[in-house]
Design a protein around this ligand. Sequence first.
Ligand code: 9WN
Length: 432
Amino acid sequence: MARNGLKTWTKPAPSLYPHQWSWDSAFIALGLAHLDNRRATRELETLFSGQWASGKVPHIVFNPDAPPKTYFPDAERWNAAALSPDAPDEPRTSGLCQPPIHAIAVRRIWETARDREDRRVDLARAFLRDSYPRLLAWHLYLATARDPEASGLVTIYHPWESGTDNSPRWDSALGAIEVREVPLYPRYDLQHVSDPSQRPSDEEYDRFVWLLELLKEARYEEAEIYESHPFLVKDVLFSAILVAANEALSEIAAVVEAPDEERELIDGWIERGRKSLDERWDPDLKLCLDYDLRAEEPVRVRTVAGFAPLIAGGLEPERLKNLLETLDSPEFAGNQELHWPLPPSTSPQEAGFHPRSYWRGPAWPVIHWLLWWSLLRAGESGRAERMRRAALDQLVEGGFAEYFEPFTGEPLGSPDQSWTAAVALDFLAAGG
Ligand code: 9WN
């Protein structure tokens, strides 16, 4: 992670990802909090310098010094500031967003500082004061522009927003899109992995790029996108992370003594989010399902996103029991063929499962972190500890890879992935 560090922020990976990514940076700050609070705060401050006037935190803040021809789509292709009055002129950003881990990271900075010497506590408190309005604006954007129905669930416009880009969760919605002429584009990403099957396919990329062009046609205007965009999905993983982040924001609000109305607003979001996730429960699959607004149907695919209610927390005992049964079953971490008892991104029993392809099957350490942390919050300390140990064993054997082949443990994707190292730091700190 230190090697991937630039002046005030950290690249997600040495060469595959030369810009700053939103949820990567939040995980990075969370890990850095254990080593260097100042560096952790600068990481998030740099990211938030790209926040849009609408409150949106963009999924990429572009690095003007990135070597040319390393990552596509670049800032020119997004053309955000020219198209939207909400986008900042500087730094240049993408037009999408990613799951809101940020408040969870800010709270971690507070947790690692609050029992230390006065100066560190004061600096952390000052950082919380600066961050609070930005986080509130970000969550407000998600609760309104991304949920005009006030349903409690966040609508995403692109698989990149989910952070689980080529998951089979998106196959049916992507399949229904009529792709017209996609402007020519390069696959620079394929230069950085040992074989192309580890990255999304060309068909998937055509759809990713086509959706980007449509968002540009709509000038990144939320109402216009809601009217015309072919990909509108209520993402349960994103929504659950928002609930957990709102819990963190509520604690931050208490530290900075925010007005009561704001604290009530945040508490209301938590309640609404949990209730709506419960409504997306599938009793047969014993998982929570995304909802495709265009097709008007739930997305019946078994992926780790199905554990969303565990991440959102506040579960009834029966629901928790159901989720743990699914987690321990052969559909996920209980599959006897697995190299480590860690849930693969997609259930090996799904038709769309692929053990080497990105979010179609490989095991992702950040997801293990999310589930471990959620198990702890649910009071499942024994299970959480088993997951923490397995997750660390995986890294001891395979290094800080982006993702792992779940049956062989082979490291895949980019080596030296920053957020993998970041979650390792948080896992280790929890071990005392
Ligand atoms: C597109 C940086 C990002 C992660 C995502 C992961 C991958 C980008 C890509 O890398 O996405 O945003 O080019 O594949 O899917 O979760 O934030 O690590």
